[in-house]
Each structure stands twice: as structure tokens, then as C-alpha cells.
Ligand binder design. Structure first.
Ligand SMILES: C[S@@+](CC[C@H](N)C(=O)[O-])C[C@H]1O[C@@H](n2cnc3c(N)ncnc32)[C@H](O)[C@@H]1O
Length: 221
């Protein structure tokens, strides 16, 4: 049976890749979580010049579950005490994978924040698909509630996002960051607590180094 398709999210993808669909698929590392992602057989190699430019101008990050997101979701499902009963904020939620894992792990209230309005739409659709409740925000600074834990996966691909590491620990007493992009990660008080292999879904055939996901933890003293 074909995977269920999400018409509005498929429509967003078709603005840049006319044959793309947003299909619901279970994640390999956390099959309890299903996400609407770009169809696995989307044409990676055979994009025209115009399609390539369109993809670069509109990077639909929400249409992939990034390796760090999948690994952090798996970690939270295995170690639910990290978030159970707490107020959690997923920064750069994309598809919403980490926020959904936090909800499944028993977090009391979960905020999902992403600057991309289409990512917010994807997070909302994926929350509904997984039957969890999330509060959605485009702007981190609009969230006024007390936050116990900030969770972050794969937002450090852009070096301009590095200063957020300092803002997170000012905003919440605990922060978990999953990343496979920063080579020499040295940002006290963040310390490496876990290293796991993961891949982006659908698999983008990235270099092995980007499959080596590290989880860093910081807490305020
Ligand atoms: C590579 S995706 C990761 C998505 C998801 N966390 C995962 O692991 O699959 C990075 C996401 O961070 C979002 N993002 C980047 N900078 C941001 C900012 N300053 N505030 C909120 N979201 C941001 C992007 O829009 C994108 O959806």
C-alpha cells in the first residue's frame, strides 16, 4: 500500500520539485515515530539546473529527518527521565521529530520553534500524525514560559547559529544539543555525553562524518 501523502506539504515541495510528495514513513531508529517526509525515491541525481537553484533558494529542511534529529529522538525515548514531566523547547524543530520524541517520552509541555513557516506546518502535521500536542512558535523570543530543557538537533550547520548555544543556557537550566557538523566542538559548559551513528531520512548519502552524531549537554550551576 502506498504511504499516506499530505496534500498541503506535498504542494509546498512541488513548488521546487514538481514530482515530490510528502509521505508518512516510520523512522528506522525510532519506528514508533512516523513523519511526513519527502518521498524516498525523489530524484536526487537528476535535478535540472532550475530545480537545483530552486532547491537551494528554498531548502525544505522540514522534509527530511536529519541524522542528529533521529539520534536525539532515539536518545530521548531511551532516556525519558531527561524530559519526563518537564517543560521542553525544541529549537529548529524542522519536521518536529525531537519535539514529538519528547512528548512520547512524557514531557509535560513541549514548545516547537522554527523560523520557517513551512516547518511549523510540517511540525503541526507530524504532531497530529503521532497524536501528540505541541505548542508552535516561529520566534524563540516570543516564548515567555519557564523552560526546563532546550533540545536542539542539527541547527549548527550554519555557523551563524553558534551564538545560540550561549542563549540557550541563559534561557533554560538544561540544554541537549545533537550535532554532526561542527568539527571541533568546544563550547563550555557543553560536554559530550553520547555518540551514536545515524543517517538523514530519506538517506542523502552524506559523508560518514555527518553520520557520527554527538550529543552535548549543558546545565546551569
Ligand atoms: C537541518 S534542520 C533540523 C531539523 C530537525 N531538528 C531535525 O533534526 O530533523 C534545521 C532547522 O532549524 C531551523 N532554524 C535555523 N535557524 C533557526 C533560528 N534562528 N530559529 C529557529 N529555527 C531555526 C531551520 O528552519 C530548520 O528547520
Amino acid at each position: 500500500m502506498p504511504a499516506p501523502n499530505h496534500p498541503e506539504l506535498s504542494h509546498c515541495l512541488q513548488q521546487v520539485l514538481p514530482s515530490a510528495q510528502a509521505e508518512a514513513i516510520p523512522l528506522p531508529l525510532t519506528p514508533a515515530i512516523k513523519l511526513y517526509l519527502i518521498n524516498q525515491d525523489f530524484p536526487q541525481q537528476s535535478l535540472s539546473q532550475d530545480e537545483m537553484l530552486a532547491v537551494m533558494n528554498y531548502p525544505a529542511y522540514w522534509a527530511f529527518c536529519w541524522a542528529s534529529g533521529q539520534v536525539l529522538a532515539q536518545y530521548l525515548l531511551e532516556q525519558p527521565e531527561r524530559v519526563r514531566g518537564k517543560t521542553v523547547l525544541d529549537f529548529g524543530s524542522g519536521s518536529g521529530v525531537v519535539a514529538i520524541a519528547a512528548a512520547m517520552a512524557g514531557a509535560a509541555t513541549i514548545y516547537a520553534c522554527d523560523i520557517d513557516p513551512d516547518a511549523m506546518m510540517a511540525t503541526a502535521a507530524n504532531a497530529k500524525l503521532n497524536q501528540v500536542e505541541l505548542k508552535l512558535y516561529n520566534d524563540f523570543f516570543d516564548i515567555t514560559a519557564d523552560i526546563d530543557v532546550i533540545i536542539v538537533a542539527d541547527v549548527l550547520y550554519d555557523k551563524e547559529n553558534l551564538p545560540w548555544l550561549g542563549r540557550f543556557i541563559e534561557r533554560a537550566p538544561e540544554v541537549l544539543v545533537a550535532d554532526s557538523r561542527v568539527k571541533h566542538f568546544s563550547y563550555p559548559p557543553y560536554t559530550l555525553i553520547e555518540r551514536r551513528e545515524g543517517s538523514t531520512v530519506p538517506d542523502l548519502d552524506e559523508f560518514d562524518e555527518f553520520r557520527d552524531v554527538r550529543i552535548y549537554y549543558a546545565h546551569r550551576r
